[in-house]
Design a protein around this ligand. Sequence first.
Ligand code: Y43
Ligand code: MG
Length: 209
Amino acid sequence: MESQQSSGAAGEGPIELTFITGNKKKLEEFLSIMEGTELATHYKVTNKEVNLDELQGDAEFIAKRKVKEAAKHVSTPAITEDVSLCFNALKGLPGPYIKCFLDKLGRQGLHNLLAAYEDKTAYAQCIYAYCESPDSEPQLFVGKCEGTIVAPRGENMFGWDPIFQPKGYDTTFAEMDLEEKNKISHRGKALEQFKAFLEAKANKRVKSE
Ligand SMILES: O=c1nc[nH]c2c1ncn2[C@H]1C[C@H](O)[C@@H](COP(=O)(O)OP(=O)(O)OP(=O)(O)O)O1
Ligand SMILES: [Mg+2]
């Protein structure tokens, strides 16, 4: 995770990328999915914490603008991640505003929001955003996981994990081990696509050498 001085040009060691997030749990899950894969040999990912503005709008718009802003703060390509939690009975809200809702209402409060509705279904969405430089067009990799909002259960206290029970399971994310969560989660699915993109990029570089 330490930064390295190589330029990242062809044949000069790993390609450097910076994942800009202030959320240690996101970083932990990202690293646990990336580590041990072929990609670890091609890329050196460093973390930087920058408090970036998150505009209002739909999740894709927010993700694009955030990663473009992030690219201005680093000398390597930038990666950011945005997570939404969308309640179907509430037409997709809180959506990208979940962090604020969670901070103010807590997990039980989020569950209570659905008390008046029969439909407790929801989906989690993760968007990985990649931006080569401040002048480049951002690229998005989206992963979704469907589930149900339940009263809080489980030991893992990452965000809203204790109230999200993925479809087809009788445990919440907070009751699963990380490996199990990664296999089916919004983040795991977004990273499958992002990994394929990074693999193609690394292969291209190898060929051009
Ligand atoms: O897998 C997850 N399981 C449970 N909770 C989660 C997960 N992933 C994000 N979360 C929480 C963190 C934050 O309360 C909100 C997303 O807000 P979001 O802006 O994307 O995250 P953040 O501000 O913590 O980090 P960042 O510096 O990357 O923007 O949902
Ligand atoms: Mg944020």
